[in-house]
Ligand binder design. Structure first.
Ligand code: NDP
Length: 399
């Protein structure tokens, strides 16, 4: 069996010789009772860099000892890239949302042996799910592995946007001390109305984490949360996204990208938001219209925009979100902290062990199975594809 694994580049200075922390805190499970990844074994040290090419998700020993071939590359964009060459005879492809190998219908059609597409993380929108269904390719992701990592990032981004941290940090780095410059856009979040589009694993955790800031919490989702949770968090449910964005000072976006959510935040919806609101989007870049966000920041309809997701990825060097005013963007990092890497690497190993041992992969990791959306996929995604336009990723030039 040939396994093709597309991972992000190593650090420019080479793999770290040591890490800030000697060990990771021990976690016992996820809040809803789901267990952490449970592979039979792992061949890596938790807390090490695993998501880059030399990290290899800790898979080489395991795969080679079992007689399989592992190809790891970061060369994933453009017609002649290494990944396009190897996909033609790969049985399994592993890719990550942070540095996605866009598995378009064309690539799926060229992959005659492909049986399995694994997402080392959460969010399989970089796979043309419709083409995967049509070609009987199963798709799995490591549900929950980094949901709480993202929720932490959301809290950080809400606070840093509203308090205008980026501007204040820049003033210090530039050697300045003009307090008035530093605070002219700085507010407290206390008392604000904060709403999430989707209250799944990330959205709900972000609401829970924001609760101690004494804010008013809102959500919009296709399914309503249990009444006990609404009571616990004093949540306001909205039947429509329009109703929620009209009253919120901060909107955080936490739904998957699929045909229903693509381009959801266009000029029309942004104009229905409370004037001067903030958006934090750690879900997927394509849920927000690129130009509409940039022009709303310019006009003041939005006071700030932060997140870590772009379209495509890597974002072209001239992507307008790199230079628009009052943004707090990071590259796609929230779900790939060293802590999260340990969980998604273990989850990928668990999925491979099941596949190789002819055992069922967990239902919660399942997105597409036997030609249909299934498991978590049937609950959270819709049929179709959201990969169009991904070829623009080849415009990115390494700095
Ligand atoms: P979950 O599956 O737990 O939650 C997704 C939620 O989105 C579900 O509650 C689902 O609703 C809801 N939803 C789906 N479609 C719609 C819609 N059209 N309108 C409103 N709500 C909708 O996933 P997670 O919370 O773990 O992750 C969510 C997304 O976050 C991922 O799909 C991924 O895109 C992104 N993500 C980003 C990461 C990063 O590093 N930045 C890392 C991890 C995830 P219901 O089930 O009720 O239909």
């Amino acid at each position: 069996m040939k396994v093709l694994c597309i991972l992000y580049d190593d650090p420019k200075g080479g793999m770290p010789k040591n890490y800030p922390l000697a060990e990771l805190p021990k976690l016992t499970g996820y809040p809803d009772g789901q267990t952490l990844p449970t592979p039979e074994n792992i061949d890596f040290n938790p807390g090490e860099l695993l998501g880059c090419v030399s990290g290899e998700l800790g898979l080489r020993k395991f795969l080679e000892e079992n007689g399989h071939e592992l190809v790891v590359t970061s060369d994933k964009d453009g017609d002649n890239c290494e990944a396009n060459h190897h996909i033609k005879d790969a049985d399994v492809v592993i890719s990550q949302p942070f540095f996605p190998f866009y598995l378009t219908r064309e690539k799926i059609d060229s992959a005659k042996n492909l049986k399995l597409a694994i997402t080392a993380g959460i969010g399989s929108d970089h796979v043309d799910l419709q083409a995967a269904m049509d070609n009987n390719i199963d798709v799995f992701e490591v549900t929950y592995c980094n949901s709480r990592s993202v929720a932490e990032h959301i809290v950080m981004m809400i606070l840093s946007l509203v308090r205008d941290y980026h501007n204040q940090h820049r003033i210090v780095n530039e050697g300045g001390w003009n307090i008035a410059d530093a605070v002219q856009r700085s507010y407290d979040v206390e008392g604000m109305h904060i709403g999430t589009v989707a209250a799944g694993r990330i959205g709900l955790d972000a609401l829970r984490k924001m609760k101690p800031f004494d804010v008013h919490l809102h959500y919009f989702d296709r399914h309503r949360l249990p009444e006990s949770i609404e009571k616990e968090l004093n949540l306001t449910f909205h039947e429509t996204v329009e109703s929620m964005v009209a009253v919120c000072d901060v909107v955080t976006i936490n739904c998957p990208l699929h045909p229903e959510t693509e381009n959801l935040f266009d000029t029309e919806l942004i104009n229905k938001m409370k004037k001067g609101a903030y958006i934090v989007n750690t879900a997927r870049g394509k849920i927000c219209n690129r130009e509409a966000i940039a022009s709303a920041l310019k006009s003041g309809q939005l006071s700030g925009y932060a997140g870590d997701v772009w379209f495509p990825q890597p974002a072209p060097n001239d992507h307008i979100w790199r230079t628009m005013p009052n943004h707090g963007m990071t590259p796609h990092t929230s779900g790939t902290s060293l802590s999260a890497q340990t969980r998604y690497a273990a989850g990928v190993r668990e999925i491979l062990e099941c596949f190789m041992g002819n055992k069922e992969v967990r239902n919660e990791y399942t997105i597409v199975k036997d030609g249909k959306l299934a498991g978590t996929g049937a609950h959270s995604y819709s049929e179709g594809s959201a990969t169009s336009g991904s070829e623009e990723a080849q415009k990115y030039k390494k700095m």
